[in-house]
Design a protein around this ligand. Structure first.
Ligand code: PLP
Length: 370
């Protein structure tokens, strides 16, 4: 297995300004602060943090989250979970439906060497998982995903969820571990009062369903939910046992306006390659290093430099404050509009402290979407 911390890279110790660009950077002080802030919130609570790895896709970051108290790691796909387990994480939750034959086989193989749980919302899928688990000699922990407002995957709350729980209880090779619900429809709502009201509405529905299952004598050890924008709402809600915040660790400018307690730790260092007009700044960082599927990129230290557009390998920004800074050849740190999608574009990230490359991490789960 290739180590995910690169110890012999020629760029180690370099000044950040000498790096070839575009270069993904992690501000290590900011990263540490974000991890510590979230860990402190969960420290004396009934709920534990199980951060989502889709933000960083780097086992080195996951290990820091675990060292700060996280109980395990949440993943979106089996490939991501494999990369995390390869990187030393021994408790992974695939918060998604795993349906394909190959993916189910790999999930079971993973359960032979790690604690593994997975979301389900369909009896046929439970049967597929049960068959494979028995063949592999493992028991898979299943969490029923409830649709209580997001309208993505999920069983309806109440009787349909209860019925699926009883099916799981009577099925070999699988174990009913609890419920999963996600407030993704409001996690980034700009109005904090709406985030709170809608999240609590969703969780009240989930808890009613939990109580229905409990009333039949079926234990519900886990209720998992949560994202960064609602960490202090769902993370404190009675009955929630696990929280899946992901973005807090890197953050991006749009998300940060909702939860300013977390700092911008991930950026892409870009070079100014052209100044075609007095206002226009063109950099070498475009869509293929900065993903802008949500939110707008921002340039660190230049609030008057507004995002115009990204093409594949160009970033275009416009000075709206009359500044004449940033001649050709200068470098700037650009915060991507969406930290998670941008991080998934880079095989490795430079960990930077005081302007120097202190460490280099492989994002071994990058692109692991199968
Ligand atoms: C199921 C699930 N849980 C948790 C998260 C993490 O949310 P955030 O990045 O807002 O912290 C996501 C985000 O995509 C998700 O899909």
């Amino acid at each position: 297995m290739i180590p995910d911390v690169i110890v012999d890279h020629p760029h180690l110790g370099w000044s950040v300004y000498d790096l070839p660009t575009p270069a993904p950077l992690v501000d290590l002080n900011m990263l540490d602060a974000n991890i510590a802030t979230m860990a402190a919130f969960f420290q004396n609570r009934p709920a534990s943090l199980r951060p989502h790895a889709k933000t960083h896709r780097a086992p080195a970051v996951a290990r820091l989250q675990i060292a700060a108290g996280a109980r395990g790691i949440t993943c979106a796909k089996v490939g991501m979970a494999e990369a995390m387990v390869d990187g030393g994480i021994d408790d992974v939750y695939v918060a998604n439906q795993v349906v394909g034959k190959d993916a189910i086989a790999r999930l079971c193989a993973l359960a032979q060497r790690s604690r593994v749980s997975v979301a389900v919302d369909d009896a046929r899928n439970v049967a597929m998982l049960s068959d494979a688990a028995q063949r592999y000699g493992v028991t898979l922990d299943l969490l029923i995903e409830i649709n209580a407002g997001m309208d993505r995957c999920g069983v309806l709350p109440g009787a349909p969820t209860f019925e699926l729980a009883t099916t799981i209880v009577g099925t070999p090779g699988v174990r009913f571990k609890g419920l999963h619900v996600y407030e993704g429809h409001v996690v980034q709502h700009s109005d904090g009062a709406v985030r709170k009201a809608e999240t609590e509405k969703m969780l009240a529905i989930a808890m009613e369903t939990r109580d229905l299952i409990l009333s039949a004598g079926i234990p519900v050890p886990t209720v998992t939910c949560g994202g960064t924008g609602t960490y202090d709402i769902s993370g404190a809600y009675p009955g929630v046992t696990e929280h899946q915040s992901g973005s807090y660790v890197y953050m991006d400018p749009g998300y940060q306006t909702k939860v300013p307690v977390f700092g911008l730790a991930f950026s892409v260092l870009c070079t100014v390659i052209s100044r075609p007009t007095p206002e226009t700044v063109i950099t070498d960082g475009g869509l293929q290093v900065l993903a802008n599927d949500s939110g707008m990129p921002a340039v660190k230290g230049f609030p008057g430099l507004e995002y115009a557009y990204l093409s594949e390998e160009h970033g275009s920004f416009t000075f709206v404050d009359g500044s004449t800074a940033l001649p050709v050849g200068e470098v700037v740190e650009v915060y991507p509009g969406h930290c998670c999608s941008a991080a998934n574009l880079h095989d490795q990230v430079y960990g930077v402290r005081q302007g120097k490359v202190e460490t280099i991490w492989r994002a071994t789960a990058r692109g692991k979407s199968q």
